[in-house]
Design a protein around this ligand. Structure first.
Ligand code: NAD
Length: 311
């Protein structure tokens, strides 16, 4: 197979280990396909006489990276044929003011999904805020109800978008993950912990490594599946990776180049690790677009559940 052939497209490539270098898992193309599929399903819902699904995104403050993320979410929401409601609040917003907006969105029948962009300013407790979102509209899946449903393996929960995107990327190259050793590096509520839950559900043997893990390379070298979400640019080196492993890179860091330009890198030293891994996701173009596609998926599912309930 060619060096950069898109692994997820070819059924025969599943579980294959390339001897010449890793095969790229193209999250951008997968996300575009998912968005097209959702658009078609939205059209069917509307043909049946139902309202367009709507997603409300709330940004507090003016963190430049968060501004880019919420704009992208709005663009993709429109691309999927759904309604986007943007709420930009100043950095000085109090927790009470934000909770008042969430109450309004919870009560608004045009809003099927609510996402509050993290991180929030220091005066606001993100756990209080995510728990205030109605579980049926918690399309980021970070509230206690959806977190509990995921931990219990219940089917009616909403799964956090980034780990769900990682799972779909993994499923594109692993038909069955039973018995594989999956190592998740990073243990945040947003990515690492729900990722570990999803991999357990796939019957993997799961290890979770974090900042306090000793001899971390010895653990990551055992991984058939390695998911990295630390925010530490190019942390994972080639000697951390077992030959042929599948590597999913969640991290996004903007680095300045010697010429004064900037480039996005992940938590994996891509140029080195691609010679060792079997499959690898790029940054950009891997997990990032799949996170947004899964947000659209969760919003559409929330709208469809509401229709089913009202019928
Ligand atoms: P976080 O800061 O909340 O958690 C980081 C985790 O990594 C912690 O558990 C910490 O113990 C661990 N860690 C930190 N340094 C480490 C080290 N040197 N060795 C081992 N473990 C270490 O971060 P997060 O919210 O989980 O995000 C992680 C990264 O993923 C960030 O770069 C973030 O921008 C990115 N991210 C990307 C997407 C996407 O859509 N692509 C979505 C969410 C987060």
């Amino acid at each position: 197979m060619g060096f950069w052939e898109f692994a997820y497209m070819t059924e025969s490539s599943r579980n294959a280990v390339s001897v010449e270098g890793a095969q790229l898992i193209d999250g951008k193309a997968m996300a575009a396909q998912m968005t097209d599929d959702i658009r078609q399903q939205v059209e069917k819902l509307v043909e049946q006489g139902h309202e367009l699904p709507g997603l409300a995104v709330v940004l507090v403050g003016n963190d430049p990276a968060s501004e880019v993320y919420v704009k992208n979410k709005a663009i993709q929401t429109h691309r999927a044929g759904m309604k986007s409601f943007m709420h930009m609040m100043p950095e000085s917003t109090s927790q009470e003011e934000l909770l008042t907006l969430i109450d309004e969105l919870n009560a608004n029948p045009k809003v099927n999904g609510i996402l509050v962009q993290l991180p929030l300013p220091a005066q606001i407790d993100p756990i209080v805020v995510t728990n205030a979102i109605k579980p049926e509209k918690d399309v980021d899946g970070l509230g206690e109800v959806n977190t509990g449903r995921l931990a219990l393996g219940m089917k009616n929960g909403i799964v956090p978008c980034t780990p769900l995107g990682c799972l779909k990327l993994l499923q594109s190259v692993h038909k069955d993950m039973t018995g594989l050793h999956a190592v998740v590096v990073g243990a945040s509520n947003l990515v690492g912990k729900p990722m570990a839950q999803l991999l357990l559900k796939e019957n993997c043997t799961v290890s979770v490594a974090h900042i306090h893990t000793r001899n971390i390379e010895e653990i990551t070298r055992q991984a058939d599946i390695l998911v990295v979400a630390t925010g530490k640019a190019e942390l994972v080196k080639a000697n951390w990776v077992k030959p042929g492993a599948t590597v999913i890179d969640v991290g996004i860091t903007r680095l300045k180049t010697a010429e004064g330009k900037s480039r996005l890198v992940g938590d994996v030293d891509f140029e080195a690790v691609r010679h060792v891994a079997g499959y690898i996701t790029p940054v950009p173009g891997g997990v990032g677009p799949m996170t947004i596609a899964c947000l659209l998926h969760n919003t559409f599912q929330a709208a469809r559940s509401e229709v089913n309930l009202s019928e």
